[in-house]
Ligand binder design. Structure first.
Ligand code: 13P
Length: 251
């Protein structure tokens, strides 16, 4: 089964609204050169409305960097799925390692956010990944299994196939140290086996699994050549239109 590649830019806390709109404009032009792949950008919440307007006639998908687990309520500082879909947001990054490690989000919160996103019709991009200590202690597979199983708890099969997974080894994020394509492939294959066990083989073959962590123009082709790598979740290199263009144009 062939999965449609997804090249996603996580703009983190970098751009003002004006800067985000300019980058979105460049990326809309880049994405027009391809009909066989999806492109997604995830600006800060403050830029979503302006970027949504810029992308109105574009196939570029709009994503949020997080999402609350309730549609409304007394949750100061949170943004609900309903507020996001209202702006035209289609996807939501959930469980990014910066949320987990800097802001203390655990698998239960991640699962609640994911369920609420699915309820609202958002495609969740569930991020999982081990730290350097965990990899060195040979706990990588155990950690990933827990993050995946707890993150997908109570997600029925019909919805599971809409979920996008992103494997982002924490030691590779923003460090310039990419997992080798072989290391990433080994994990992606393992995740697909877990999905087959949790659901079935068809769902395991349908779910897109992205790699994230120091993805750059010079390593994208080799990563995308791996059979179980279906795309990339890109941080630093997504902020520059030329480097993100090269990533979108992977061969
Ligand atoms: P870098 O590409 O900057 O390593 O960031 C990866 C990431 O965290 C994407 O979500």
């Amino acid at each position: 089964m062939s999965r449609r590649p997804l090249l996603a830019g996580n703009w983190k806390m970098y751009l003002t609204s004006g800067e985000a709109v300019r980058l979105a404009q460049a990326i809309a032009a880049i994405s027009r050169e391809h009909t066989d792949r999806d492109v997604m950008v995830a600006p800060s919440f403050t830029s979503l409305a302006a970027v949504a307007a810029e992308l109105r006639n574009s196939a570029v998908l709009l994503g949020a960097q997080n999402v609350a687990w309730e549609q409304e309520g007394a949750y100061t500082g949170e943004i609900s799925p309903r507020m996001l879909t209202d702006l035209g947001v289609r996807m939501a990054i959930i469980g990014h390692s910066e949320r987990r490690h800097i802001f203390g989000e655990d698998n239960v919160m991640v699962n609640q956010r994911l369920l609420a996103a699915l309820d609202a019709g958002l495609v969740p991009v569930l991020c999982i990944g081990e730290t350097l200590d965990e990899r060195q202690a040979e706990a990588t597979f155990k950690v990933l299994e827990t993050q995946l199983c707890e993150g997908l708890e109570n997600v029925p099969p019909a919805r599971a196939e809409q979920v996008v997974l992103a494997y982002e080894p924490v030691w590779a994020i923003g460090t310039g140290k990419t997992a080798t394509p072989q290391q990433a492939q080994e994990v992606h294959h393992f995740l697909r086996q877990l999905l087959a066990g949790l659901y079935d083989k068809k769902i395991a073959e349908t779910v897109r699994v992205l790699y994230g962590g120091s993805v750059k123009p010079d390593n994208i082709d080799e990563l995308m050549a791996q059979p179980d790598i279906d795309g990339a979740l890109v941080g630093g290199a997504a902020l520059n239109p030329d480097s993100f263009a090269r990533i979108v144009h992977f061969t």
